[in-house]
Ligand binder design. Structure first.
Ligand code: COI
Length: 352
């Protein structure tokens, strides 16, 4: 049972949908659910508001927390369309298992999400390139300083109308290949969507930004040789016609947009490989004129072209700094399926 607590107080919606940015506005309601004494309970849709926590709450000290990111779209026909939501809650349970967090009932929280979206449908922006970003999270809420898994948790879903993740929109990004800092190791938490993974990435991200880059391209922690991901995106390269993405070795997030791209490319006859790909291989291909395209994929970033990579002080331009044709096709196809402009042959979209 989900209790709904209504409010008459409604926030002003952002007037200019072209200026939404990412994660700056939040809607009128949120979904919450508590865990204690071995069970999830008190599922509610309630007015969005700050929540008070004791400063000894576990998540503040030991980062026992996970999250997800997915999107809902509204088109000119008035359809509300959610992209592959089951995949997110499946992955959330995999992250939960890694972080000693009790599993959620995926069907139940999906129903909660749909109920929340029905209530908030007017918040879903309709301008091209916009969506309602959905952020489900679980945080450890037991008040205790001992280093143990918490016995109490808060699950919540908040919603944010968004435009493009990068301030420069679809313009090709500039990546700094990071050869000192490390994001994740095999056996660590890199493949879980846990909050600490993002904290770990901040230092390198800040240093890269100061040098004028958009993001850090992470290499494997052991050899600093194999490409892993970008933190907010999985990576793809088109190397002499072959579309290559790093295989999921345990330290890479199993992205849902990544998986959707692989499925789309395969279904359309492209040669796609999930394999280890070294930075040396990519640079060699660039020097030989065989690095046709590079792009990142993610819920927030969608399909984001990469125009340049710097490695050990040398710049490597990709496709003349322009978005490539496969990147463009994937962007158009994924966003077309999401918004209903194109058919949904895989049945990825849940229509509300
Ligand atoms: C997403 O794409 O949903 C992410 O979680 C990436 C980032 C905004 C943290």
């Amino acid at each position: 049972m989900i209790e709904i607590i209504h409010t008459e107080k409604r926030k002003e919606k952002p007037a200019d949908q072209s200026q939404l940015g990412f994660g700056k506005y939040f809607t009128d309601y949120m979904f919450t659910m508590r865990y204690s004494e071995g069970a999830w309970h008190d599922a509610k849709i309630e007015p969005y508001a700050p929540v008070a926590f004791d400063l000894a709450t576990t998540v503040f000290h030991y980062a026992q927390g996970i999250f997800e990111g997915l999107k809902a779209f509204r088109n000119e026909k008035g359809e509300v369309r959610v992209f592959r939501p089951e995949e997110n809650f499946k992955r959330m349970n995999r992250s939960a298992a890694r972080m000693c967090i009790p599993p959620i009932d995926e069907k139940f929280v999906l129903e909660g999400l749909y109920e929340l979206l029905r209530l908030e449908r007017d918040w879903i922006p309709t301008a091209p390139g916009t969506a309602l970003y959905i952020r489900p999270s679980i945080i450890a809420t037991k008040v205790a300083l001992g280093v143990h898994a918490s016995s109490e948790y808060l699950f919540f879903i908040i919603l944010s109308p968004v435009g493009s993740y990068y301030a420069h929109g679809l313009a090709p990004t500039r990546l700094l290949v990071e050869d000192y800092y490390t994001r994740a190791t095999v056996g660590g938490t890199g493949e879980a969507k846990c909050i600490a993974n993002y904290a770990v990435s901040l230092k390198a991200g800040e240093e890269a930004e100061k040098k004028g880059f958009d993001q850090v391209l992470w290499l494997d922690a052991n050899e600093k040789k194999y490409i892993e991901e970008v933190g907010s995106m999985n990576m793809f390269f088109v190397l002499d016609g072959e579309v290559v993405t790093p295989e999921l070795v345990g330290s890479i997030l199993p992205g849902i947009t990544r998986k959707s791209c692989i499925e789309l490319l395969q279904a359309n006859g492209y040669r796609v490989s999930e394999r280890r790909v070294s930075i040396d291989e990519v640079i060699r291909a660039q020097k030989e004129g065989k690095l046709n395209e590079a792009f990142g994929t993610g819920t927030a970033a969608v399909i984001s072209p990469v125009g340049m990579m710097e490695y050990k002080g040398t710049d490597y331009v990709v496709n003349g700094g322009e978005m490539g044709s496969i990147t463009k096709w994937l962007y158009d196809t994924i966003t077309g399926i999401q918004t209903g402009r194109l058919d949904d042959p895989f049945g990825w979209v849940v229509k509300l």
